[in-house]
Design a protein around this ligand. Structure first.
Ligand SMILES: Cc1ncc(C[n+]2csc(CCOP(=O)(O)OP(=O)(O)O)c2C)c(N)n1
Length: 373
């Protein structure tokens, strides 16, 4: 597939209708901004047909289950999440011959400038699908969509294997009938304000690890310092990185700025943190009930009691706050760690928020020096 080979963008409603008309559904996945319009369309026009998964591997397993129940599921994912699907695609779908249709976006497509965390996966996406013996092709335009869906169906029925459409940037048009960025979250603060209150309450030597997306970008824009680590990829891994730092540097206070989508993607991290109980770790979970960085699609956090989970996992203390005063008090509290502060915020950020200026390897080196100094 050549970079820039896409002609006209597919209307997400046309894509959804074509999939449903050809017997596909339900849908499950984790958002990428390239396919955000498809999720918006599903949620707006076909309530209940999209299952919000916490990570892409889980989405493949849910899809496999629906296939076993007689459906023709579709998994929506960013290619960065293809890594999360490798095990269920190879050892579940392949082994049991359970076909699922994948719509995989193509961040980091060679020839198109993108962020550093997408570079390697962008280069290997088609090869990775091929290595998993998953037939793939570019998402077709509207005219050839019915024919290519028939080909995908035939292939999946004949082989029992998954089939993938690769979705380059700009190949799906915006969803016309919904807001570009729906309002979500129940708190009085935006993320940038919550970050300000956390950072304002920390000493100069506190080490801060920020999750991928707008959290890392806002932290760098407003509070850049060598003691900050911007985890620009590996969604969900920031709290585990912070655990490692906290275990390796027990004399330093370590703070992770996590997102609700990220925390849910790797909820297992809380079990390990609670088990090891590093007293120097503060886990701040900025909960806007949304994947705000990819277009504010809803996460499942509204029905999740993160403080109860943390307590049950063995965290020494927790707090659940929704306003600035309560957040400041929770950060200043001498309560023992590991400590979880769930901060209920509202989704929203500056439209001019930039991308990290510091190259990731330089940022990691700088952080390492700050930890060991
Ligand atoms: C494995 C993986 N899947 C999907 C993405 C795309 N992605 C980047 S940021 C983001 C949303 C993160 O949501 P949350 O942690 O709630 O933070 P918010 O954007 O709301 O600040 C998503 C889905 C990704 N980077 N990696």
């Amino acid at each position: 597939m050549q970079a820039g080979s896409v002609t006209a963008a597919v209307d997400p409603a046309v894509l959804v209708d074509a999939l449903l008309d050809n017997g596909f559904g339900p849908f499950t996945g984790v958002p990428c901004s390239f396919l955000g319009p498809v999720i918006s369309c599903l949620e707006d026009r076909h309530t209940g047909t999209y299952v919000t998964a916490a990570n892409e591997g889980e989405a493949v397993a849910i899809a496999a289950g629906t296939r076993l129940a007689g459906r023709r599921p579709v998994v929506i994912l960013q290619n960065s999440g293809l890594g999360n699907t490798v095990n269920p695609l190879t050892s579940l779908c392949h082994t049991l011959r359970i076909p699922v249709l994948l719509l995989v976006t193509w961040r980091g497509e060679p020839g198109r400038p993108d962020e550093p965390q997408h570079e390697l996966m962008g280069r290997i996406t088609p090869d990775l699908l091929s290595a998993m013996e998953i037939r793939h092709e570019p998402l077709p335009g509207e005219v050839s969509l019915p024919e290519r869906l028939a080909v995908a169906t035939e292939h999946m029925e004949a082989t029992g294997l998954p089939f993938a459409f690769i979705v380059p940037k700009g190949s799906v048009a915006p969803y016309r009938d919904g807001p570009a960025s729906p309002s979500r979250g129940t708190g009085t603060m935006l993320r940038e304000e919550a970050i300000r209150h956390v950072m304002g309450g920390l000493g100069p030597r506190a080490l801060v690890v920020a999750t991928t997306g707008k959290t890392a970008r806002e932290l760098e824009r407003d509070w850049d310092r060598p003691e900050n680590l911007y985890v620009v990829g590996s969604m969900g891994c920031a709290s585990s990185v912070a655990l490692g730092v906290a275990l390796g540097a027990p004399d330093r206070r370590v703070v992770v700025l996590d997102g609700d989508g990220a925390a849910l993607m790797r909820l297992e991290a809380m079990a390990t943190i609670g088990h090891r109980r590093p007293a120097n770790l503060l886990h701040v979970l900025l909960d806007n009930e949304a994947y705000e960085s990819t277009g504010a699609q809803a996460t499942t956090s509204a029905s999740v009691d993160f403080a109860a989970i943390a307590s049950a996992c063995g965290y020494a203390s927790t707090a659940d706050v929704a306003d600035a005063a309560a957040l400041q008090a929770a950060v200043a509290s001498p309560a023992p760690g590991p400590r979880l502060i769930r901060v209920r915020i509202s989704a929203g950020s500056s439209p001019s928020l930039g991308r990290p200026a510091l190259a990731p390897p330089a940022s990691a080196q700088r952080f390492r020096r700050a930890v060991t100094s």
